[in-house]
Design a protein around this ligand. Structure first.
Ligand code: HEM
Length: 511
């Protein structure tokens, strides 16, 4: 037998065997969704570029709203339309209630001991229940309302004083301090970051966390390359984790030693009680690590998301002075000019509510939501979705789908007003064309608080001030570029000069 004949027969035999063993196994199952061809070993990872939500949006224009990609050896499914998203997050939500393994969860989030990355199950449920009861329920939100209001007032006063001196305000920074102080008083009973420097340091830590969490780390997808840490992500994660850990240790220590007595019913005191004899956390006693992991989630997921949304809102309104004026007229008629707007006013402000929705539509703060993973294989729209596939829901792309949104890139809050094309759309995971908080079982745990903070901070800044751009910048040239990260930062922070527009007494009321 010639060697050539041997080679040919081996190839033919192997092909037949492969078809029998593997191809025929898929007989009866559906094809994978369409998607672009990837590179050897890395698959489609190199195609993600620096802004993956935008790249995936562009790729979906060619392959459709249900795509299959390969990141290294991991199957990845991308949903880019409201219909497809609802198939995953509503019809098949039970299958997609876990998050895929990733280095961020391991190296920053205490090895999955937090809530965001906890496996779907009783421990995750118990953590969500504690937060729902003590932070996010209607009663808890009402109990903490005076705290939020006080922090918003103190932001207004600070901005007022800067405005009187003709100074420009970094809006992302001002709203971040406000969101953080309101949240930290409710969670750890302490206004930790009220004093400038620490606040900017912590914001930088949160932004770094979001940047690192937004990197598609090659080692997560090509296991053989993990040890090399090609992008240096894991090294940075470990360093960052240490900084967070020291910070959370100091918070717990301050409470135990009585340095921080808290403000009464804050979450930290509830959690520390679970550690005592009478503790009844359903999943056994809470360790310090459990508490730190939860604090990490709340302080990171709950601050920059809200403050950056307000920053985008102000940027859009500065670019659209007619809309800003309409919102101010509505606020003046409901609130007047002698006091600062309160949360109780919000339901009476339909124009303002429509603006909020339009901002969340164009600038969802988590553009690719948080990834989910298929616990089982399933079939969606006639396509096979493999077990263990990672699901990315491109909420940024869904909210710009021209099949659903007329003139999708235009800032037009009127679409959410009575008579508009989306007059009844809500933001809370029911209308899949607008899901900035995600949807289904793992929908954002802090949605109720996040919405309130975004609304009360932006309503205050719109009502209490007119805004001018510094250094001869004109509104039509305002840079609206997005920066890279898990959350949607502005590439260029918004800096603007406030001009007080209420009676002085309104700002004096602010403490
Ligand atoms: C503008 C404000 C916010 C936005 C747009 C937002 C968005 C999101 C999104 C898209 C998810 C993933 C949902 C999914 O998988 O379907 C999420 C999860 C989460 N968010 Fe938010 N969020 C905001 C504010 C907050 C606040 C204020 C907190 C807490 C203080 C918070 C805590 C969480 C937690 C703990 C999760 C994980 C839930 C789980 O895995 O069960 N978020 N958020």
């Amino acid at each position: 037998m010639s060697p050539l004949f041997l080679l040919f027969s081996t190839i033919i035999l192997s092909t037949i065997l492969y078809n029998l063993l593997f191809k025929n196994r898929n007989k009866g199952t559906r094809p994978l969704p369409p998607g672009p061809k990837g590179w050897p070993i890395l698959g489609n990872l190199p195609q993600l570029g620096t802004k993956p939500h935008q790249s995936l949006y562009a790729i979906a224009k060619n392959y459709g709203p249900l795509m299959y990609l390969k990141f290294g050896s991991v199957d990845v499914i991308v949903a880019s339309s409201n219909h497809v998203a609802s198939q995953f997050l509503k019809t098949h939500d039970a299958i997609f209630s876990n998050r895929p393994p990733n280095s961020g969860a391991e190296h920053i989030a205490y090895n999955y001991q937090d809530m965001v990355f906890a496996p779907y199950g009783s421990r995750w449920r118990a953590l969500r229940k504690i937060c729902a009861l003590h932070l996010f329920s209607a009663k808890a939100l009402d109990d903490f309302r005076p705290i939020r209001q006080a922090e918003v007032m103190s932001m207004a006063k600070e901005v007022y004083l800067q405005g009187k001196e003709g100074a420009a305000v970094n809006l992302g920074q001002a709203t971040y301090v406000c969101a953080m102080d309101a949240l930290s008083r409710a969670t750890v009973g302490w206004k930790i970051f009220g004093e400038g420097k620490e606040a900017s340091e912590f914001k930088a830590m949160v932004v770094e966390l979001m940047q690192l969490a937004g990197v598609f780390n090659v080692g997560d997808f090509v296991k053989g390359l993990a040890w090399m840490d090609l992008q240096g992500v894991v090294g940075k994660m470990k360093k960052l984790h240490k900084r967070y850990d020291v910070f959370f240790d100091s918070l717990i220590e301050a409470r135990r030693t009585g340095k921080n007595k808290g403000e009464g019913k804050d979450l930290l005191s509830v959690l520390l009680n679970f550690q005592g004899e009478g503790g009844d956390f359903e999943e056994g006693k809470l360790s310090d690590v459990d508490i730190k992991a939860l604090m990490l989630n709340l302080f990171t997921a709950g601050t920059d998301t809200s403050s950056s949304t307000v920053e985008w809102a102000l940027a859009e309104l500065i670019r659209h002075p007619d809309v800003l004026q309409r919102a101010q007229e509505e606020l003046d008629s409901v609130v007047g000019r002698n006091r600062i707007v309160t949360e109780q006013d919000l339901p009476n402000l339909p124009v303002f509510q429509a603006i909020t929705k339009e901002v969340f539509r164009l600038h969802p703060s988590t553009p690719l939501s948080l990834p989910r993973m298929a616990d089982n294989a399933c079939e969606i729209d006639g396509y096979h979705i493999p077990k263990n596939a990672t699901l990315l829901v491109n909420v940024w792309a869904i909210a710009k789908d021209p099949a659903v949104w007329k003139d999708p890139l235009r800032f037009d809050p009127g679409r959410f007003l009575p008579g508009g094309s989306h007059a009844h759309a809500d933001l809370k995971g029911n209308d899949f064309e607008l899901i900035p908080f995600g949807a289904g079982r793992r929908i954002c745990a802090g949605m109720s608080l996040g919405l309130r903070m975004v609304q009360i901070m932006s309503a205050t800044l719109i009502h209490a001030f007119d805004w001018n751009l510094p250094d001869g910048q004109t509104p039509d040239k305002l840079d609206m570029e997005e920066a890279y990260g898990l959350t949607l930062q502005r590439a260029v922070p918004l800096v603007a000069c406030p001009v007080p527009r209420l009676e002085p007494v309104a700002y004096e009321m602010a403490n």
